[in-house]
Write a protein that binds this ligand. Sequence first.
Ligand code: ACO
Length: 401
Amino acid sequence: CIDIAKLPKETGCFTYDPGFTATAACKSAITYIDGDAGVLLYRGYPIEQLAKNSSFLEVAYLLMHGELPSKTEFEAFDHEVTHHTMMHEAFRTFLYGFRHDAHPMAMMVGMLGSMASFYHGSLDLEDAEQRRLAAIRLIAKVPTIAAACYRYSIGWPIRYPKNNLEYTTRFLHMMKEVPSEPLELSPTAAKALDLLFILHADHEQNASTSTVRLVGSTGANPYACVAAGVAALWGPAHGGANEAVLKMLSEIGRPENVGSAVAKAKDKESGFRLMGFGHRVYKNFDPRAKIIREMTFKVLDELGVNDPLLDVAVKLEEAALKDDYFVQRKLYPNVDFYSGIIYKALGIPTEMFTVMFAIARTAGWVSHWLEQQTDPEAKIGRPRQIYTGYAERDYVDLAKR
Ligand code: ACO
């Protein structure tokens, strides 16, 4: 047990809060969440309005700068992002060092970490313009890197970014085009992906953003900070849930198996949870899930896709929302529950789902990193602990142990 008298005077209050359920580690003006009311605002704008009217790149500008851009500001931002989409050619050598069957998120962590080696020498963190440029480079290059990781994993040649396309379409073009086939990208697919990117762009102090801030608090290179964020996102309790949802739905297989899946999720001994259900902050509904649910039906209809997994998902949601276990614990579908079905309909392979999330969340990560760099109250992140080990004891020679 901690001896309060021994804590430094300025500590004030010492809390034990595993998982940081009730501890704010920073002040931020970027994103507001009211978990009880199901409200999500980016810089004050409701997510529903942004989803309906905006584009991902405009949202990225908003998160970074705090205001929606004028037409001229947006054109300049778009131009700058477009200008930075290319990867350094030496990235190929680095990429080709991975096992071809590595998970794309493993490659993403490595590739983004390696950006620190490409852009370290010239980076002065005291210079606001260089910090801004680092953020732009990340937003611009992450889709290029993501597409390259995927193409490498399936043995296709890497495609350069086609800079006459807009952000999301450019990514789809890099990732999906078969070398010998002409480009045919459905506007529905590009719009759906753009919308998913908007909904995933930021979510205040989630595990990956807090990781970016924790690493950033040490003055580390911003590319290394974002690589750490990608690593945190990968886990199935966070961004990896979208991949896990699709695997779970495939395993359930048919609507008639939903009952046993719900029963298994309620059984603590099983170690099984309904993936895409529950949220640390939303205890009523996740507003992003509501938008994505509606969009799933629309997109599948427009693309003419009939996915039996959608029936399984709908039945599973119905069954859980009627079940006391889920109702009492306020467990509702989260942003990841339906997103995988849309990704699948767009022809995006399951192991790329969390990479999609990473592309979108890069906008949030860099905005938080930028905000932190000018926060006069920012300190190195250094959580405390409750020590549960031995009291002081004497070393025993090896011969006597
Ligand atoms: N299925 C079954 N039971 C669940 C689930 C679930 N998906 N989620 C939580 N519970 C139960 C827990 O067992 C616990 O029960 P208890 O009170 O009887 O012990 C109670 O609900 C509270 O759960 P916690 O784990 O304490 O809640 P926490 O806020 O720490 O976790 C989390 C939130 C990680 C999202 C959790 O709900 C979960 O694991 N969900 C599945 C994974 C997932 O979908 N993650 C994506 C989150 S959204 C995002 O990151 C983009």
